[in-house]
Design a protein around this ligand. Structure first.
Ligand SMILES: [Zn+2]
Length: 247
C-alpha cells in the first residue's frame, strides 16, 4: 500500500454507489487523478467542507497497488474559493477553465505549472478581476503549456520576420501569424495590431519575476479573444461544452 499527501484542487465529484463519492482532483506532482471517498456521503467528518468543486485542499490518499484505483483518506480545506460556486459568471468561467485543463492534461499527465496556473486563475477570479481577461490569459498559457503556443516571430508562409510594424493575421491551421502580403484578414483569419501580438507574446511567456499581468486595452482583448477562439477549436478539434456558457 502506498500513501500520499498533496495539495490538490477538487475538479469534479460524482456519486458512486450508495454512500461513496468519486472525486477527480488535480495535484502539482502527479497531475489529475481520480479516487473514491468511502462513505463520504454518510459521514462527512473526514472531509469537512472539502469535497466541493474548485476547493483547494490538503489531501491524503492511498493506492493498494501501483496505478490502481485511489482511495481518499482525509482532506483539509486550504481555500474553498466559495465565490466561484455562488456567482453564475464565475461558475461558468471556472468550469470552463477546468474543462480546458482536463482536455489538455488528461489523467496522470504531470505539469506543475498548469496546477499553479489554474490555482492562480481561481484566485484572480475570486479577487474580482475581469472575467474575460482572466480567461484569455489562462487560455493562452494553458495552450502554451500543452505544447500549442502561437508562433509570433515570423510569417508562417514566407518566413519574413515580424518586426512589430503593421497588422498580422492569425492562421489557425499553421498555429502562427502571417504577413498581410500572404494572407488577408477575415473572420476565419482574424487580424491583430502590433500591440496585440506583443501582448500575446507576453502572456505566452510571462516574466515570472515581474509577477504582474500585462495591462490589456479593450481592443487588444477583442483581438486576442478572436485569435484564441480559432486556435483552441482548431487544436482541440472541438468547441468545449462549457465554452457555450461564456460570452
Ligand atoms: Zn508572408
Amino acid at each position: 500500500m502506498k500513501h500520499f499527501r498533496s495539495q490538490a484542487l477538487i475538479l469534479r465529484i460524482k456519486e458512486f454507489g450508495e454512500s461513496d463519492l468519486l472525486v477527480s482532483f488535480f495535484t502539482p506532482e502527479a497531475g489529475i487523478l481520480k479516487g473514491i471517498a468511502k462513505a463520504a456521503k454518510r459521514s462527512r467528518k473526514r472531509f469537512v467542507n472539502c469535497l466541493d468543486h474548485f476547493c483547494l485542499v490538503q489531501l491524503e490518499y492511498h493506492s493498494k497497488k501501483e496505478n490502481q484505483l485511489l482511495f481518499l483518506d482525509a482532506c483539509k480545506l486550504i481555500d474553498g474559493f466559495g465565490q466561484l460556486r455562488r456567482d453564475y459568471g464565475l461558475l461558468a468561467t471556472a468550469s470552463y477553465l477546468v474543462e480546458l485543463t482536463e482536455t489538455l492534461f488528461p489523467l496522470h499527465v504531470k505539469e506543475k505549472k498548469m496546477f499553479y496556473l489554474l490555482k492562480g486563475s481561481f484566485e484572480r477570479l475570486c479577487k474580482g478581476e475581469a472575467l474575460e481577461e482572466v480567461r484569455l490569459v489562462f487560455e493562452a498559457r494553458a495552450m502554451t503549456l500543452g505544447g500549442y503556443a502561437i508562433a509570433t516571430e515570423r510569417c508562417c508562409y514566407c518566413g519574413r520576420n515580424y518586426r512589430g510594424e503593421g497588422r498580422a493575421v492569425f492562421v489557425a491551421e499553421r498555429g502562427g501569424i502571417s504577413c498581410l502580403g500572404c494572407r488577408r484578414e477575415s473572420e476565419r483569419y482574424p487580424g491583430m495590431d502590433p500591440a496585440s501580438v506583443r501582448a500575446l507574446r507576453q502572456i505566452q511567456e510571462p516574466d515570472e519575476e515581474a509577477g504582474q499581468e500585462p495591462f490589456l486595452e479593450a481592443r487588444t482583448i477583442e483581438e486576442i479573444k478572436a485569435v484564441l477562439e480559432q486556435h483552441i477549436i482548431y487544436r482541440l478539434g472541438k468547441k468545449l461544452k462549457s465554452r457555450e456558457y461564456l460570452g
